[in-house]
Write a protein that binds this ligand. Structure first.
Ligand code: FES
Length: 99
């Protein structure tokens, strides 16, 4: 489903959207869009309010980092991957499949 338009998220930024009641952290890395659950696997932190470091997103609560492409942990204290969602672009629309 459509969650945003391309211009909603600038390169190097992440913003939070809702898709079917699911909180989505939508990241723009070099013009590519990646969607992750807006919940950190460490302690439920608001991942989408964190910062992007290249292809990593950093949780604002305790600093865990995750790969935005795969959800894999890149830095402690998180140990479990965060869920990712498939993204498709349709013109200016950013579509996310929340399953
Ligand atoms: S809740 Fe995200 S690092 Fe602790």
């Amino acid at each position: 489903m459509k969650v945003a338009t391309r211009s909603d998220v600038s390169e190097g930024e992440v913003r939070v959207f809702s898709a079917d009641g699911v909180g989505i952290a939508l990241a723009n890395v070099g013009g590519e869009f990646y969607a992750l659950a807006d919940v950190c696997t460490h302690d439920g932190g608001p991942l989408g309010e964190g910062a992007l470091w290249g292809e990593d997103i950093e949780c604002p609560r305790h600093g865990a980092r995750f790969d935005v492409k795969t959800g894999r942990v890149r830095a402690l204290p998180a140990v479990l991957p965060v869920r990712t969602y498939p993204v498709q672009l349709n013109g200016d629309e950013v579509l996310v499949d929340v399953g």
